[in-house]
Design a protein around this ligand. Sequence first.
Ligand SMILES: Cc1cc2nc3c(=O)[nH]c(=O)nc-3n(C[C@H](O)[C@H](O)[C@H](O)COP(=O)(O)OP(=O)(O)OC[C@H]3O[C@@H](n4cnc5c(N)ncnc54)[C@H](O)[C@@H]3O)c2cc1C
Length: 303
Amino acid sequence: MYDFAIIGGGPTGYAAAMYAGRLNLKTIIFTGAPGGLIITTDFVDNYPGFKHISGYDLFSNVQEHARSYEITEISAEATSVRSNDRGAFIIQTKKDSHETKTVLFATGASHRKITVPGAAEFENKGIHYCALCDGFAYKGKIVAIVGGADSAAKESLELAQNAEIVYILCRGSALRGEPVNVTRVHQNKKIKLVTNINPVKIIGKERVEGVELDRPYEGSAILKVQGIFVAIGHIPQSELSLQLGVLRNEKKEIVINRFTETNVHGVYAAGDVSDTPFKQMIIGCAEGVMAAYRAYEHLAKAI
Ligand SMILES: Cc1cc2nc3c(=O)[nH]c(=O)nc-3n(C[C@H](O)[C@H](O)[C@H](O)COP(=O)(O)OP(=O)(O)OC[C@H]3O[C@@H](n4cnc5c(N)ncnc54)[C@H](O)[C@@H]3O)c2cc1C
């Protein structure tokens, strides 16, 4: 039986695994597709100890650090989790199942999809959710970002490295992001911020050719673009936790206390799936470490 099972192979999960390894907890991590959201960003300038590093490299450092301890990695998704009559938990994948004394949900979040007409039809045919993954295809082209927070700011800077013009279509009256990123956006001559505007329809034949707006911009309600990148937030991947009766809030985030404990004894949550308001890698890593330590204390008391 494992002491500590982590569901989620993003930075939060691997930070928890690193610390659990140090605490000699018999640890298993179910990674799904490892890396999480941080590997979709080109640069991270706000992680203490690294002035400037790519999201991929930063994640790989955390993963490598965790791997320097004895942990078991399962490169599959956890498909179910239930408690058993031994007071433990059974985590199942499509292939096998594993028993554990404690569980950490570090399942993160997925991109919130845009739902205007045409958006689903043109997904990957001009509608994208990751500038780092798909932005290179728009070298010398005109693109738009839908969104108004820090992710939209960062995605626009990434796209501006290749695209000729990047419109940010922001529904609010200003771009809300880290001030340093907002300043970079305003200083970038390729980026045009358009505020108080919403897309209402995606237009095209085979691929995206434009977007219809809810008010005219520069004399037209149709903005001609070849690509549209969506950065309108994320949805917590918390469904699995319901199988254990874990409490979620109205945003479907898992409710935790300051020790990352959920309402279910021996079950923790950390990172973007939790109800902590500031979704950043440093917060997820810290919460992951707290969960590992809390599980360690819980198990020590149970002995
Ligand atoms: C464009 C962009 C830029 C960003 N820039 C920054 C930045 O500069 N600085 C910063 O600190 N943060 C940044 N962030 C936020 C940061 O990426 C997240 O806060 C961080 O990735 C959260 O990590 P996590 O491990 O909690 O969740 P995630 O990164 O979402 O990872 C969750 C992991 O769990 C796995 N998973 C899900 N369900 C299961 C399952 N059932 N079984 C097994 N595995 C599962 C997923 O495959 C994934 O690997 C940015 C985010 C975006 C989108």
